[in-house]
Design a protein around this ligand. Structure first.
Ligand SMILES: *[C@@H]1O[C@H](CO)[C@@H](O)[C@H](O)[C@H]1NC(C)=O
Length: 519
């Protein structure tokens, strides 16, 4: 429960409300309060109480606010008026209000941030409601930049820190200064509010030296974004490189490696090379080579240092647009993986346990969530059974439990039909930005033909792996597997050797992922 002070005229902000009486947490608190009749459009203090997520939120028209319907949301709130019985309670409520600093027309999710300063006339939630990113700035400390512009750079960083609202439930921000070598000025975990970050920025002293951006990118990849330094894991890694002119070393390779490990790289080039200067540049088109896609999203050219201020809002908007931070996708968090498990009689109860262990051991290596890797499973004999669908278990613990609970079926072996079933029940529900991976595990020759079903799923873009044990047929394993067979098809004589293929499968999935062009 907490208290929120609603400013006047929230209605005019048109911030959305979902539900009636009980509102989805993404709703505007104050508009929900108006909808509920707790306050009018002239504002006032209200009590907000958190509630569990609902399966349905019904939209209605009430007190001039039209709320919308929403199916299923993870969290809700209700709003009520403040009725204080005595002055002590008033004092407590007032203190609570001060410590929360919440003044909002905006979403109830903003409440998760306890460190929001109030900026008159500025609505901090507008741009970065969901801006949970681990954000590092690589600032240019080279001599070429000069004292005055270095100060402009610091002012720019301070403005970004202000605009983005640093906080443990939102963005965390750190700074590296590069010259000949990079140094950490502010680690990701040091400050949990914008004010402290700004104070620390003010104290940064120019190092001088060259402008070795490539070296700095290697540094963030190998050291800066480590867990020990405050990388939270659940938040995309973003690095914004500020460059005066152009780098004095090559950036392509270092940048690619950083991107492959999941770091989104933005380049803000200030006073970049003009036509007369291009021949001085160490690596032509260095920005295009360093960023993930050449569609302009990850690069922001700024014509002069004095125009840099104008880049604050556009940059904040982009780094907070987590849906577009596609470069943070790695081989471990970008997949829909379907296990197609042979439950025929020849396997036997004990070996079936070993197969499930294998499935669990492979699963354990991935980052599991609805927006990361999802796992589904089908067991088959003559028939097929959906054990669980993609997204049915959205965290690792639940998923591993569900795998453990799969019951051995026992029966015949129709691998072809099982592949078709997996395509219909699982891959047809794949999200477009996920990589579809099928892992078929079988211990014998199929009673039906596997060729046509395998070809059909390959054509749908599924990358198929086959794992054969004991009596599995080599030719079938190869039909099932995506080419080249030797990287997608494995055979072991006995179930007890299955464990050896866990690292191999992960390695191959990642190698294949990293070999895909990213532009
Ligand atoms: C799974 O992992 C456990 C723990 O590392 C190991 O003991 C077991 O042999 C593995 N089994 C398989 C089939 O991979």
């Amino acid at each position: 429960e907490f208290i929120v002070k609603c400013p006047a005229h929230c209605k005019e902000t048109k911030q959305q409300v979902y539900g009636t009486g009980v509102f989805a947490s993404i709703s505007s608190i104050c508009n929900a309060a108006i909808h509920s009749g707790v306050i009018t459009n002239s504002g006032g203090k209200v009590i907000v109480r958190k509630m569990a997520g609902q399966n349905i939120y019904k939209g209605t028209n009430s007190n001039g606010v039209r709320s919308l319907s929403l199916p299923k949301w993870r969290e809700s709130f209700v709003v009520s008026g403040i009725k204080l019985r005595n002055t002590v309670q008033t004092a407590i409520a007032f203190k609570l209000f001060l410590s929360l600093h919440l003044v909002l027309c905006f979403s109830g999710e903003a409440k998760e941030r306890s460190d929001l300063p109030i900026y008159p006339g500025l609505h901090p939630f507008k741009t970065n409601l969901h801006c949970k990113v681990d954000l590092a700035f690589l600032m240019d400390g080279s001599w070429s930049i000069g004292k005055r512009r270095f100060k402009i750079q610091k002012d720019f960083l301070a403005e970004v820190a202000h605009a983005i609202n640093v906080g443990v439930a939102g963005p965390m921000m750190g700074i590296i200064q590069y010259g000949d070598d990079p140094v950490t000025e502010i680690s990701l975990k040091t400050y949990s509010n914008s004010r402290d970050v700004k104070t620390a920025i003010d104290k940064i002293v120019q190092k001088g030296g060259l402008s070795n951006v490539g070296r700095a990118l290697s540094y963030i990849n190998k050291q800066y974004f480590s867990d020990a330094n405050g990388n939270r894991g659940g938040a995309p890694n973003v690095a914004v490189v500020l460059v005066d002119g152009w780098p004095t070393d090559k950036v392509e390779e270092a940048s690619r490696l950083a991107r492959e490990s999941g770091i989104n790289i933005f380049f803000v080039t200030i006073e970049g090379p003009d036509d007369n200067e291009k021949h001085n540049v160490v690596e032509a088109n260095f920005v295009d080579k360093a960023v993930c896609r050449t569609n302009g999203f990850f690069s922001l050219p700024v014509s002069s240092w004095f125009a840099l201020r104008k880049a604050v809002q556009p940059l904040v908007k982009r780094v907070c647009d987590t849906d577009r931070l596609v470069c943070s996708k790695t081989c471990l968090n970008a997949n829909d993986i379907a296990f197609v498990i042979d439950g025929s009689s020849s396997v036997g109860t004990g070996n079936f346990r070993t197969v499930l262990q294998f499935v669990a051991n492979v699963t354990r290596e991935f980052e599991i969530s609805d927006t990361d890797t999802r796992v589904g499973a089908v067991q088959y004999t003559y028939e097929q059974r959906l054990e669980f669908a993609f997204g049915q278990h959205n965290n690792k613990a639940d998923l591993l439990n569900a795998i453990k609970r799969i019951n051995y079926w026992s029966g015949g072996t129709s691998t072809g039909a099982a592949i078709t079933y997996a395509a219909e029940q699982l891959f047809s529900k794949s999200k477009p930005n996920k990589r579809k991976i099928m892992i078929v595990i079988t211990d014998g020759r199929s009673y039906d033909d596997v060729r046509a079903p395998a070809l059909a799923v390959h054509r749908q873009g599924v990358i198929a792996y086959s794992i054969g044990i004991a009596w599995a047929a080599q030719d079938e394993l190869e039909y099932i597997a995506t080419d080249p067979d030797k990287e997608h098809s494995f055979f072991v004589d006995e179930f007890d050797s299955l464990y050896k293929f866990v690292p191999k499968i992960i390695h191959n999935i990642c190698q294949e992922f990293n070999s895909q062009p990213r532009n």
